[in-house]
Design a protein around this ligand. Structure first.
Ligand code: IPD
Ligand code: CA
Ligand code: CA
Length: 278
């Protein structure tokens, strides 16, 4: 893929994410229609649908031959194409419904299955993250880079908890306890795409989460990797988008987090520790 072609796709992705973000802002603080889908607490609103419509309109106008995977609309367009757009029109719907300002439109492009273009726009905080493979990553058009932190003791981490957390033992609770113990802190912002961008711009050092879908991560992966970060599975093997499990860091603490996640004690260990304090 030539740099010129990637630049064109990055501009189209930017136009789409800005269009999605503009729709989101028209509903900010003014949501009438909030519904649940699938697992309890998994919300969908009129803002998700309006932002998706605006994003799809831009992509379909410029690139009618490409494939699209969009959270609410599903699979669209030419799915045999080597180009597949992964769209989350409103990432952070729960935040949005509560007016907690971590929400974004996320527009990513996989070429032959590899994330190569990504734009994440949080219209509430007016943060526009952009990247394409080989072109670097920016926040509001200024270059960004991952942090220099090299130890867990000095790290600030981010994680999240999927909607199926009440139905599975693989719910991330024990990993959360382990990381709270080992680091300066763990944040849960409720917006996976922005979480990846937070690692990319160095305001946190590492992020892990399970239960994610391609539309949550494709754009953020490109932004993080172009900012110098690293993305793998928890055990440091190659990231598998179908697994929904991601470890994304500044690169310098990657092996340390991977080891800590793999060696996380069972919750019984933490229960014992906590009860001893009561
Ligand atoms: C969710 C957010 C959240 C993450 C969930 C995602 P949604 O996306 O990214 O941070 O923990 O796993 O599903 O539903 O708000 O688009
Ligand atoms: Ca999402
Ligand atoms: Ca969403």
């Amino acid at each position: 893929m030539s740099i010129e072609e990637l630049e064109v796709f990055l501009d189209i992705a930017t136009e789409a994410a800005l269009a999605g973000g503009a729709e989101l802002m028209s509903y900010w603080g003014n949501l009438q229609d909030i519904q649940e889908k699938g697992s309890p607490g998994n919300l969908v609103t009129e803002a998700d649908k309006a932002a998706e419509k605006a994003i799809l309109k831009v992509l379909q106008r410029h690139l009618p031959d490409h494939g699209i995977l969009s959270e609410e609309a599903g699979k669209l367009g030419n799915l045999t194409s080597r180009y597949l757009w992964a769209i989350d029109p409103l990432d952070g719907t729960t935040n949005f419904a509560h007016q907690y300002p971590f929400s974004a439109s996320s527009v990513g492009l996989l070429i032959d299955g590899v994330p190569q273009v990504g734009v994440v726009f949080n219209p509430i905080l007016d943060e526009l993250f952009r990247a394409a493979q080989g072109l670097g990553a920016t926040r509001n058009r200024k270059p960004i880079f991952v942090s220099e932190t090299t130890t867990l003791q000095k790290s600030l981490l981010i994680t999240g908890f999927a909607y199926d957390r009440r139905e599975t033992r693989d719910n991330n609770y024990k990993e959360f306890c382990q990381m709270c113990y080992l680091t300066q802190g763990v944040r849960r912002s409720g917006c996976a795409s922005v979480d990846l961008c937070s690692i990319a711009c160095g305001r946190a050092d590492g992020y892990w989460e399970r239960g994610l879908s391609p539309w949550d991560v494709v754009a953020g992966i490109v932004i993080l990797e172009e900012a110098g970060g690293k993305v793998t599975a928890y055990n440091n093997s190659s990231f598998d988008i179908k697994s929904g499990k991601i470890l994304a860091t500044n690169g310098k603490i990657h092996d340390l987090i991977s080891k800590a996640l793999i060696e996380t004690p069972s919750l019984a260990h933490w229960d014992t520790d906590v009860s001893a304090l009561l």
